[in-house]
Design a protein around this ligand. Sequence first.
Ligand SMILES: [Zn+2]
Length: 352
Amino acid sequence: MKKQQIEYPLGSRPNDGEVLEIAEGILWVRMPIPFKGLDFINLYLLEDEAGWTMVDSGFNSEKIKELWTEVFEKHLKGKPVTRLICTHFHPDHMGLAGWVTEKWNIPLTMTFGEWTFGRMLCLEAADEVPEEVMSFYHRIGFTPKMLEKVRKRGFGSFSKAVYPMPVGFDRIEDGDVLSIGGSDWEVIVGRGHCPEHACLYSAERNMLISGDQILPRITPHIGVYPAEPLANPLKKFLDSIPVLAKLPADILVLPAHNDVFTGIHNQLDYYKEHHEERLSRLKFACGSPKTAMDLLPVLFDRELNENDVSLCISEGLAHCHYLVETGELERQLGDDGVWRFQHVKVIESAVA
Ligand SMILES: [Zn+2]
């Protein structure tokens, strides 16, 4: 059977700060992201009887607040925003959550894992980078120059990228059903990109608001960070695939980056193939001990700039940890305080 291809049935996308109606009562809003890599984020507004449910808030910047203010004035048919759902804690999604909830006096709706993680990152900001964090970056092979940069950057860039979050939140969990605009939207939790990512699925509308769990054209970032240095997020991501693959083949996917698309099964298959291919490259390369830094050219075909290196090394580490958990690689801490990954040596038992 021929695989269903990725298609972009709307044929257009809104510009920054503009709105495109996807279907009755479902608006696609696009906002800029003020750093390199991802150019924009998609936010969604779902019309309800009494007001609008907003999905994700955008990055915390004056420019984006202005753009939102215009959207609120022009596109809400005089109704208020009554609920904000953030798919996950990343600053392009949750950056303005505090501002939106304050402005409309509404609750912030998130999963427990995402809300607590975001709130923790806001509260732990400090001038000095904890030694534990420095030694994590040393362990993964950062050069002295890179370590110096980490130290200079300080600890708390997250809190600067996020408007102060509300102290409390309204919890959603996997399987919860929200009624919005007369349709049921089920919360489907995906993992790997972040701890407890909420996707919203409506069988009736045949739509999935996928956040960053499923993106067209690119694979979601999956990385290991100092907050959980031994994490295995790639396993969590790959384990989420069969759950999402149960959704209908012709579902319209509303992602947080790039365009609204169909072809979910094709994209999920691509993720599996992509990561399997990267894992086999790693296995091949780790015949001799390698640091996470050594593995960058093995995993990434493109030239990496300084900003890419941090993200890519976290992603490479996620792949290494996956193979440590399957028992194929071992992680050894050298006398120099750096992790090295190598094939597990098969010890042949002596036969008497
Ligand atoms: Zn994200």
